[in-house]
Design a protein around this ligand. Structure first.
Ligand SMILES: CCCCC/C=C/C(=O)SCCNC(=O)CCNC(=O)[C@H](O)C(C)(C)COP(=O)(O)OP(=O)(O)OC[C@H]1O[C@@H](n2cnc3c(N)ncnc32)[C@H](O)[C@@H]1OP(=O)(O)O
Ligand SMILES: NC(=O)C1=CN([C@@H]2O[C@H](COP(=O)(O)OP(=O)(O)OC[C@H]3O[C@@H](n4cnc5c(N)ncnc54)[C@H](OP(=O)(O)O)[C@@H]3O)[C@@H](O)[C@H]2O)C=CC1
Length: 282
């Protein structure tokens, strides 16, 4: 019998192998939105273990407190800010506070987001608006306000947007597919516009990653997720964290406007139904 998968926790991220060695991010400040769980938490650990000071953000304070406590208990440098990515003015104020306190921000990992699985024909107007607002508008507000700070201060910056694998659509997730496709093409556009400000903008597209986020899916849908790629398994938050470090940091210095897909080959083979597979497709 196969062992059931478990969601990795702080202790796992404290011990996962690092993609680089030493304090290569020492003196740098990295903001990870949605850093209190899942991919964001893993990414915060990865950068922190490489020497960066991490600011994690999100809406639920307890998750942020717990993650910062775990990081600082390990001797790493981290703090948090409560921030909804849909609050345009709040985000501007948050960046103003960060620059006032630290005088810099080196990397934004724009990870916060999410959706609910539903057949597109059943979306309510509010449901559509909630997902597009979270994943497209929210991602944009976080990008634009960071970029304005960098431009005005003549500082370089790097943005990594966490998106999704959209080239063949996302069955049962048309709202988030539309929003993520929007973020990808927004990123390609501003990668050019913002090159003159020394701001790089890239995307990381995760396939099925076993994180706290999987709790949003039915057991029926989940039971097929690991068969949606030719490796026939889930990826881990740490897989995505390492890609963020590679693209966001100096190793990605000549990369902008790119999408790095980590999906075990899922975009080439297999299909995924976020809301369960309809009988018609069996
Ligand atoms: C390549 C394959 C990838 C596939 C796997 C992808 C995995 C992940 O992305 S994992 C990460 C998952 N994590 C999350 O999704 C968590 C974050 N999600 C949320 O916070 C919320 O779901 C939200 C942001 C999308 C909505 O939040 P909020 O604005 O607070 O929503 P409301 O409760 O006010 O509802 C607004 C509107 O939406 C309707 N709605 C909400 N949930 C559902 C649902 N499960 N099913 C149907 N409709 C839903 C809700 O009913 C409201 O509409 P009205 O009722 O018409 O007012
Ligand atoms: N796991 C997967 O297979 C995949 C995940 N993704 C995307 O990767 C990102 C991370 O997902 P994952 O770690 O798996 O799941 P999680 O649900 O654990 O992470 C989402 C994080 O985003 C935060 N968040 C959501 N909405 C907002 C908001 N409006 N304002 C501020 N913070 C918000 C949540 O915190 P809080 O609720 O406390 O605010 C949470 O910490 C998400 O954007 C997700 O959609 C994309 C493809 C596949």
């Amino acid at each position: 019998m196969t062992k059931p998968m478990t969601i990795p926790n702080d202790a796992d991220f404290a011990n996962s192998p690092l993609p680089f060695s030493g304090d290569c991010f020492k003196g740098q400040l990295v903001l990870v939105s949605g850093g209190g769980s899942g991919i964001g938490k893993a990414t915060a650990w990865c950068f922190a273990r490489l020497g960066a000071h991490i600011i994690i953000t999100g809406r639920t304070e307890q998750k942020l407190i717990d993650t910062v406590a775990a990081l600082t208990s390990a001797g790493l440098s981290a703090s948090y800010k409560i921030q909804d990515i849909r609050d345009y003015d709040g985000i501007a104020a948050m960046y103003a506070d960060i620059f006032a306190e630290f005088g810099r921000l080196d990397i934004l990992i724009n990870n916060a987001g999410g959706q609910f699985p539903q057949s597109a024909i059943d979306f309510s107007k509010n449901g559509w608006d909630a997902v597009v607002s979270n994943n497209l508008n929210g991602s944009w507000y976080m990008m634009q306000h960071a970029a304005r700070q960098w431009r005005d201060r003549k500082q370089q910056g790097s943005i990594v947007n966490i998106v999704a694998v959209v080239p063949r659509g996302m069955n049962g997730g048309a709202h988030t597919c539309a929003a993520r496709a929007g973020v990808i093409h927004l990123s390609k556009t501003v990668a050019v516009e913002w090159a003159e400000y020394n701001i790089r903008v890239n995307c990381v597209a995760p396939g099925v990653i076993f994180s706290e986020g999987m709790r949003a899916y039915s057991p029926e849908a989940l039971s097929e997720f690991d068969k949606s790629n030719p490796m026939k398994r889930f990826g881990t938050p740490w897989d995505i964290a390492q890609a963020c470090v590679y693209l966001g940091g100096p190793s990605g210095s000549f990369i902008t406007g790119e999408v790095l897909t980590l999906d075990g080959g899922g975009q080439l083979w297999g299909d995924l139904w976020m809301h369960g597979r309809p009988d018609y497709f069996r």
